[in-house]
Design a protein around this ligand. Sequence first.
Ligand code: A2P
Length: 339
Amino acid sequence: MRVAIVGATGAVGHELMQVLEKSKLQIDELQLYASPRSAGKTLPFKGKDLTVQATPEGPIDADVILASAGGSISKALAHRWAEGGGVVIDNSSAFRYDEGVPLVVPEVNGEAALKHQGIIANPNCTTAIAVVAVAPIHRKYGVKRMIVSTYQATSGAGQKGMDELLEQTRVQLGGGVAGHKEFAYPIPFNVIPQVDVFLDNAYTKEEMKVVWETHKILGDDSLKVSCTSVRIPTLRTHSEAITLELERPATPDEIRELLSHTPGVEVRDNPAEKLYPMPLTASGKYDVEVGRIRQSLVFDGGIDLFVSGDQLLKGAALNAVQIAEYLQEKGAIKENQRA
Ligand code: A2P
């Protein structure tokens, strides 16, 4: 299989290369693309140095194109890239709500990927992490309402977000006044209840992505979802406190049992041993950690839980590669014959 990464020099691009190294996909060729600024740079892959090229404005000659260079670039160019005959697995929000573009978390709705017409969307990271845990609960107990509060890492804003956290923390520790560029306020020693821009309904776009994308992935618009998204001064891994009202009551033990058999989930839930999900333990892990599973004090038979998932992996790079693996397993990747 011939694979291309657009945005190879970015935070998600870096993770894509790591995940591809370990993936079961048989990769005959890997093409790396970024902005013209990065053309000529080399990046290591499986013991070889591969050269980064400027992103083409026309067809890309590959079977799978993993795109993570941002929404505006994908919006302008992804259809052109797909004219090369490959499938674009797009990490941006450019196509997520388009009819005819599947929005896929393979453990939850992998079969939707098979209906693609050249582009498959990778969900927003916060949503991808939540639905891995919530989808099996929804299937078995019927989620009526879902209330989410997030604790989101700076790498949600890419490599520049992580750089800003580190640099501005140094500034502040040195006695200076931390500045900000990627975030609305200085991020060191702060939490910022704004991720992305505000919309007319006073929610942020990030918060509404959780609503829209949960509906699309679970195929259920009747589910009531509300989210508060908060940026915190960590480098990677998003955490989320989730409250679920259920059609059919469930006990914490039943949920623990269900999630212990759920692909992509690691139940980490033993308060007596101080065992619960955290960025400290979930970073770098493929599975989403789920813990603090307890009976809701608000909704009879409802459930409260806490999840931590490496959003650069399950929320982005890993999920994209898993979509490619799923397509390959199903024999749904056309090998591009034009080379
Ligand atoms: P570059 O490193 O050359 O700027 P992140 O999300 O970590 O900020 O990464 C964004 C990725 O998108 C990087 O690989 C970046 O490349 C790439 N990128 C940014 N602007 C463009 C562009 N105009 N065309 C193609 N790739 C771009």
